[in-house]
Design a protein around this ligand. Structure first.
Ligand code: DMJ
Length: 697
């Protein structure tokens, strides 16, 4: 249709509506308005709609990134690539035993080009300069400055930069908290928080000393490695982190160092993250779940605490690398991913190639928060899809089995546990509700339902009255409780306090009972530290039976449950139990270079396992420190701890939530439907045309 058919034009010559070249000024204004509206419809959403902001702007970033690298790569890219040799990285794109069809069929020349580009990127002088920092940069600071964190960074890394809400950032960057409290009365207490009791203060100082000791050992012998071997004094990495040195200990420790006011150490870690933490270096498989709870969770926590954009950008960079793992027919992610090529798979041992409940069910807090602070809805969508699938699938006897096949959406083996393989799924149902500021009713319902069935079927009492959590295997009860399951004492207490209903009192009693039983598992050993699993039979209670169950690897769950119980009951026994754990850690786990797990808690002189787990910083030391602090420090009314004890702010209750403000009245992180803006723009255009006609008449 001709333009003149839509918009009438005035003709001097005939007085009728015809085409002509010269427009009246009113017509010019009209045309300008129509064009403006049209441009607004076409271009506006790219920049302003929360639906697209993250997505498209990220794609624009990626295009820009590739363009920059192409410029640097120079003429050699134009030369025809050599034929790929077998075994060469990038030549063979299929992964044995992997059924994930992400790169199958890809042009080998393209792969080769990509590899060359990658090599070029890796050799890029700028990046090489970034990576020369092997040892920590110890920032010499004056005594007052030593207590201050790095100034929050702006757009620190162009390659992983995302579009942020400028105004919001300016507000947030203005927030700085010094040691010993905060400078704004309505802000959460994230440092300081000394208890009034001098004994508690002294004990807390001891915990801080332990952290510094462990950090110095790591810094001296394993800086940049994932973990420290504190006996043999070298680096260590577990399969969950992949083979490369990704500084897992640094990322897991940062928020703890910050909360404890260890600012020199915090700054060392900050510098390492800034210059070295780069998942583009990874070539091996890593765990989606562990990467999420330790790296993404750790970075998000420090972002919330400090407002430093560096941490948000790194968290987004890492989380985006995990996304190909979610490309399954159901949206239930695989357990392992090679972030270099996006190939994902499950553990071979997991019930016919199933994904694990405690893994795919423990992404929600971090992913929702990522969407809220970036405006990119992709993360929220991924976890909401997981929730939909598990919600709609019938559960045998009301219990959630530990396995689900990501291709069929069918449950695997009928094994249910609140310990290994199940644990943090239940924790995240409750905490999703808390994180949302009480708005996520679905999470609440799911938690209430799940915990109801668990309480009825798996919470038992031993013949001397110890409360414990059994497991269910093909409808038979196994009277075994993992150290991991001891977190449930804290979960029951948190649930009872956050959801006030007719079962709250019972749940608080169960919490008390579980915390006590887990304490018994510690008290009944000569070391005062608890075993990996303990059993209840005719003859024994709260004791390990098999030798493979007798180790202690610095796990936090028992201390975690005492932390919640202390906060909610103020019964001094929890502080005493925590102090006994400190003494036991000092006696049996401390080495010259840090802290090690032990192989048998029932031996007077246990062997050390020579691993300082990264979670000892994130969880064990943090919960100990908080038990001896005032309740105002990391208040449970303002913060919710992820399963790695990284605190995340509660929406609507914590001014450190740092939500990106979406435009057009949509709440941050929520999608504003396309149709709404389209409708709005069309109405606007029609009004303009109508007004014009009216004027002409
Ligand atoms: C931590 O990494 C997390 O707590 C996880 O949920 C399971 N357990 C380890 C520490 O024991």
């Amino acid at each position: 249709m001709a333009f003149g058919g839509v918009i009438p034009f005035y003709s001097k010559r005939s007085g009728s509506w015809t085409f002509r070249r010269v427009f009246r000024s009113r017509e010019k204004v009209l045309i300008f308005l129509v064009c403006l509206t049209f441009m607004f419809i076409c271009i506006g959403p790219i920049f302003y709609l929360p639906d697209l902001r993250g997505g498209l702007s990220t794609k624009v970033d990626h295009v820009y990134k590739v363009y920059k690298q192409m410029q640097k790569a120079g003429p050699e890219l134009i030369l025809p690539p050599p034929p790929p040799e077998s075994g060469e990285v990038g030549a063979v794109r299929k992964h044995e035993g992997v059924h994930h069809n992400l790169v199958n069929g890809e042009d080998v020349h393209l792969s080769d080009d990509k590899q060359r580009l990658m090599d070029k990127v890796n050799n890029d002088e700028e990046l090489r300069n970034m990576r020369v920092i092997e040892k920590p940069v110890v920032i010499t600071v004056s005594s007052t400055a030593a207590n201050k964190p790095h100034e929050p960074q702006g757009q620190v890394d162009e390659s992983i930069r995302i579009v942020a809400d400028k105004e919001q950032n300016e507000i947030e960057l203005d927030k700085k908290v010094g040691l010993g409290g905060q400078d704004k009365s309505d802000e959460p207490v994230v440092q300081g928080g000394e208890d009034a009791d001098p004994v508690a203060r002294q004990r807390r100082e001891k915990v801080r000393e332990m952290v510094l000791h462990a950090w110095r050992g790591y810094k001296t012998y394993a800086w940049g490695k994932n973990e420290l071997r504190p006996v043999s004094k070298r680096g260590h990495t577990a399969g969950i982190f992949g083979r490369e040195d990704m500084g897992a200990t640094i990322v897991d420790a940062l928020d703890t160092l910050y909360i404890m006011g260890c600012m020199e150490e915090y700054n060392e870690g900050h510098a390492w993250v800034q210059y070295n933490l780069d998942f583009n270096q990874l070539r091996s498989e890593m765990s989606v779940f562990e990467t999420n709870i330790r790296f993404v969770g750790g970075l998000l926590s420090v972002y919330a605490l400090t407002g430093d954009m560096l941490f948000r950008d790194r968290a987004l960079h890492i989380a985006r690398k995990l996304l190909p793992a979610f490309d399954t027919p159901t949206g239930i992610p695989y357990a392992l991913i090679n972030v270099a090529n996006g190939i994902a798979k499950n553990y071979a041992w997991a019930s016919g190639g199933s994904s694990i409940l405690s893994e795919f069910g423990t992404l929600h807090l971090e992913f929702v928060y990522l969407s809220d602070i970036s405006g990119d809805p992709i993360f929220r969508e991924k976890v909401m899809r997981i929730r939909d699938v598990i919600r709609k699938t019938d559960r045998p006897g009301g219990l959630y089995p530990n396995y689900m096949n990501p291709k069929t959406g069918k449950w695997g083996q009928r094994h249910t546990s609140v310990g290994a393989l199940g644990d943090s799924f239940y924790e995240y149902l409750l905490k999703a509700y808390i994180q949302s500021g009480g708005k996520d009713e679905v999470a609440k319902e799911m938690y209430e339902e799940a915990i109801g069935v668990i309480t009825n079927r798996l919470v038992l009492k031993s013949h001397t009255g110890l409360t414990y959590l059994a497991e269910s295997k093909f409808d038979r009860l196994e009277h075994k409780m993992d150290h991991l399951a001891c977190f449930a004492g804290g979960m029951y207490a948190l649930g009872a306090k956050s959801i006030n209903n007719q079962v709250s009192t019972t749940h608080l009693e169960i919490a008390e009972g579980l915390a006590n039983t887990c304490h018994e598992s510690y008290a009944r050993t000569p070391t005062g530290l608890g075993p990996e699993s303990f059993r209840f039979t005719e003859g024994i209670e709260a004791r390990a039976l098999k030798s493979s169950e007798k180790y202690y690897i610095l796990r936090p769950e028992v201390i975690e449950s005492w932390f919640y119980m202390w906060r909610y009951t103020k019964d001094p026994k929890y502080r005493e139990w925590a102090w006994n754990a400190v003494l036991a850690l000092e006696k049996y786990c401390r080495t010259e270079a840090g802290y090690s797990g032990i192989q048998n808690v029932y031996m007077e002189n246990p062997q050390k396992d020579d691993v300082q787990q990264s979670f000892v910083f994130a969880e064990t030391f943090k919960y100990l420190y908080l038990i001896f602090s005032d309740d105002s420090l990391m208040s449970l009314d303002e913060w919710v701890f992820n399963t790695e004890a990284h605190p995340l702010p509660i929406a609507g209750k914590n001014s450190f939530y740092r939500k990106v403000q979406a435009m057009y009245g949509a709440a941050a992180g929520e999608s504003l439907p396309w149709w709404r803006i389209l409708l709005f723009s069309s109405i606007l255009m029609l009004c303009v045309i109508k007004a014009h006609f009216e004027l002409e008449e």
